[in-house]
Ligand binder design. Sequence first.
Ligand code: S3P
Length: 430
Amino acid sequence: MSQLSFSGPGQFRGTCTPPGDKSISHRALLFGALADGESQYENFLEAEDCLHTLEALRRMGVEIGHEKGSGRICVLGSGLGGLRAPANELYLGNSGTSMRLLLGILAGQRFETVLTGDPSLSGRPMRRVTDPLKRMGAQIRGREDANFAPLTIRGGKLRGMEFDNKLSSAQVKSALLFAGMYAEGKTVIREAIPSRDHTERFLEAAGARFRKTGDQLIIERTEKLLPLQARIAGDISSAAFFIVGAAMREGSEVTLQDVGLNPTRAGVLEVLKRMGARIVTQVTQTVPEPMGNIYVRGARLKGTGITHREIPSLIDELPVLMVAMALAEGESLISGAAELRVKETDRIHSMVGNLKAIGASIEELPDGSLVRGVDGFHSATVQSFGDHRTAMSMGVASLATKGTILVQDTDCVATSYPSFMDHFRGLTGG
Ligand code: S3P
């Protein structure tokens, strides 16, 4: 089991281009597989999670060209009905997105599939997806009423339904939008607080029978999807480690290039600006996904509050935002973030424990954390808990540490950001 040693204090200085967006890369593969014809993408994220989706699709007969290290993929789709039953179970590693989105697609297939994952994924709740899919007509079996993988799914004749996405989960919404393309009648999804809208953008670009009216998403049985060509935007969730690290350390100055700036994902920038961060964005592309450069200069930040309305737009950035909050002047409160407890690990527990170990003044709340800023951190050995974002966030904390933070069990970084350490060293000059 590997470990990473981060010695501080330090600053981030320089330019970095984060890897392709994880959420968009998964969807690029899935939409490519269901389209009629050849889709081509550049800047595909070659990280473990997305490679699990790729492998699962290949095992269902989809031809995917991928030259390792090039970021280019070419997906030869054979239509919405073109998937074939895999010979064995599909192992999806640590990837919740692969499992939940594939369930939506498999609900519309006429064969049986078994989906499995690593111990973390096997402990993550799936009823949020399996319950509504069963209501649409899919047969799904698994532990505790199909709440936990391994899950066995047999698709069938689906019927549309109305669904209130109370958790504001993009994975649940996306699974139902996929299933809705196979269902008789309309599937209507309501979302009071919008979650990331990448799936909707793909549906529109690929010509699905999909529309948005107010807070309603309406999908109808779709016969055909068009193949797409696109360059995938850089992942703001990966860029966030360097954006937050630079923003919270005076003397830092970084440029993050070609980062996705989709408003449903960019909450981290709004929160940092509220904390007094010096951030300027320059938009270079608006369709299919907004993208641009982000310039950040370090400053002493002040505390702020984050409540439930903002959570979906920054859910994956909360661990690293907790690091900035632990250093910001005054109090910071995160509430309405209970979803953090069912991510790759319980991220409230992992981050509060780790930040306490390096000297932060932080308290764990059922749905968030309360922190009073300190001037700096001290050396300690901390755990990733097998979670990539916890591991990388603790690396960022080392910028404000006199001494060394040793993060244990860091293989998980490859889940979303295999080049993280290269980029970290590039920006710290060490
Ligand atoms: C994702 C949605 C979010 C996010 C995850 C990726 C997606 O999860 O945390 O990393 O690609 O749709 P939820 O939909 O469970 O909130």
